[in-house]
Design a protein around this ligand. Sequence first.
Ligand code: C2E
Ligand code: MG
Ligand code: MG
Ligand code: MG
Length: 276
Amino acid sequence: YVAQNSNKGYAVYDSSFDAHSPKQLTLMSELHHAIEKQELQLYFQPKIRVADSTLYGVEALVRWNHPKHGLLFPDQFIPLMERTRLIQGLTCWVIQESFAQCAKWHKEGLDITLSINLSAKDLNNPELPDLISGIKGATGLNPEWIILEITESSIMTDPEAAMEIINRIHGMGFQFSIDDYGTGYSSLSYLKRLPLKELKIDRSFVSDILRDESDAVIVNATINLAHNLGLEVTAEGVEDAEILALLKAEGCDLAQGYHIGKPMPLVEFNHWAKSV
Ligand code: C2E
Ligand code: MG
Ligand code: MG
Ligand code: MG
């Protein structure tokens, strides 16, 4: 089912991803119960300030502990969920779990931000602002600690509806970030109109900056663009010390990647955070 893949560590299903294949249909029906059977788990990947390498925040990344197939990665089940309303259940679960955890960290004195990923479907769900507001109230957390990651393509399905939902959530004090920047249909006019705090440069540009001159140019230009728009910039996919050093020289604000810390289960992350 899940083959090794030298590039990512784990492969997605074969390239002819077919939501109607028997495999996918089985997985889909199992997904209906994954949340109630407590098979989903959040991993937390640290994000540091490039200038002094101190911990800035975490990104919550979902995993599915499948009873038969073992640990499944988001690429293996999120696309399936996005075809149905299941994704709304996932988002709701991620928000509940991660907001509660973030409130707990702050009570324990760990002053960090929490980033979560929203899907295109979430940005077309008019109930999302009330859902977020309800969970915020129940967990007593400060919305300024939370960064909601969206992608350019996820806004483009229905830009006006997405903008309205984003603005309502931003109005409650939550922050927004553009994830995988540079891979979608970049529209500078949306960059200007959205209430953003951050751009995250996609790891496909970052991981090759030492070898590929055009990637280096893109990363440098994105850092300058972000700063000129008054935004912070995060580099994803920092896999070694040399890349981190180069990003520091370029004035990149924040960084995330295997060199800094892999996504970790809660207990492991808590140990990691105490050791830095
Ligand atoms: P993303 O938001 O861009 O998350 C970053 C991905 O890059 C994560 O993969 C992370 O494990 C991986 N990564 C981090 N550092 C490195 C590195 O140095 N090298 C390499 N090669 N990879 C690195 P992951 O966890 O498999 O997640 C994949 C995507 O699935 C995420 O991309 C995000 O778009 C989506 N996703 C994850 N969790 C959720 C969720 O709760 N809800 C939604 N809607 N989407 C999610
Ligand atoms: Mg993300
Ligand atoms: Mg990304
Ligand atoms: Mg992504």
